[in-house]
Design a protein around this ligand. Structure first.
Ligand code: NAD
Length: 258
């Protein structure tokens, strides 16, 4: 008799912030194929988020789109309540929402800095705050996994004008490390991924964002190419799964060797 094991995401809910496109959308598609009920958070892109959820459902998966600016704590509280009602408590949180900025420090003003840190850092705090209250065995939960999407910019300093972004991702690496120590004994594994140059719309504000610009920058990558969102999603799904049951407080570079 063949031993058929349950899919990784069976009876589990995964919430992906900023999940309507790019790395988040690739993660949502892959998670649905792995059997997760997928909560796709979006801020403005209602069409893309609903379209992705419909696509997943048409392929036989479970997904719903949920609007919230995850940089605002009140909206994050509402988001988790809506996910509770639709899918039950979150088992896996992917803190993926992020913005890429370019601005020299001598031109950086407080409002812009606050915006970047709200989206890239505060969001991870706010979402983890809600997730821990549901996952932690201390709060009666059944454990879970949190995966934070950082960037190699945390190590490399990013591109010219990248101090805001690099510092925000450095904060995410420190957050991952500290949070893993805080909740590891409560059944929650906390890990991160550090993508390198990945082909998504996040680069669109650059003048050299098109295929030529990406190719130029890819020439500095040891693997001599940019990565695809699926190549990051694979690692996120692995970190979320029981296959990574002893991986905790780790930050995995997905950067082609940069
Ligand atoms: P993307 O721009 O396609 O996706 C980011 C998503 O986050 C977008 O859908 C955006 O609308 C959403 N978002 C932004 N602010 C939000 C908010 N306040 N609330 C909810 N959603 C919000 O880019 P991506 O490349 O898929 O980025 C995903 C993550 O990967 C980001 O954290 C990014 O910093 C990180 N990353 C990307 C690269 C790369 O080269 N693409 C490299 C390193 C790290």
């Amino acid at each position: 008799m063949t031993n058929v094991s349950a899919p990784a995401g069976a009876n589990k809910c995964m919430l992906i912030t900023g999940g309507s496109r790019g790395i988040g959308a690739a993660t949502a598609r892959m998670a649905a194929r792995a059997g997760y009920r997928v909560a796709i958070n979006y801020m403005n892109s209602v069409g893309a988020a609903l379209g992705l959820a419909e696509e997943i459902v048409a392929a036989g998966g479970e997904a719903q789109a949920f609007q919230a600016d995850v940089g605002r704590q009140d909206q994050v509280g509402r988001l988790f309540e809506q996910v509770d009602s639709a899918f039950g408590a979150v088992d896996v949180l992917v803190n993926n929402a992020g913005v890429l900025t370019s601005c020299r420090v001598d031109r950086t003003e407080e409002p812009q800095l606050l915006d970047v840190f709200r989206t890239n850092v505060f969001s991870a705090f706010f979402c983890s705050h809600e997730a821990i209250r549901r996952m932690s065995t201390m709060h009666g939960g059944r454990g879970g996994a949190i995966i934070n999407v950082s960037s190699v910019a945390a190590r490399l300093g990013g591109q010219s004008g990248g101090a805001q972004y690099a510092a925000s991702k450095g904060a995410i690496d420190s957050f991952t490390n500290a949070l893993s120590k805080e909740v590891g004994a409560e059944g929650i594994r906390v890990n991160g991924v550090r993508p390198g140059l990945i082909v998504t719309d996040i680069h669109n504000f650059h003048q050299d964002a098109g295929p030529d610009g990406i190719a130029r920058r890819a020439s500095t990558v040891p693997l001599r190419r940019a990565g695809q969102p699926d190549e990051v999603a694979e690692v996120i799904l692995w970190l979320a799964s029981d296959a990574a049951s002893y991986v905790h407080g780790a930050i995995v570079d997905v950067s082609g060797g940069r």
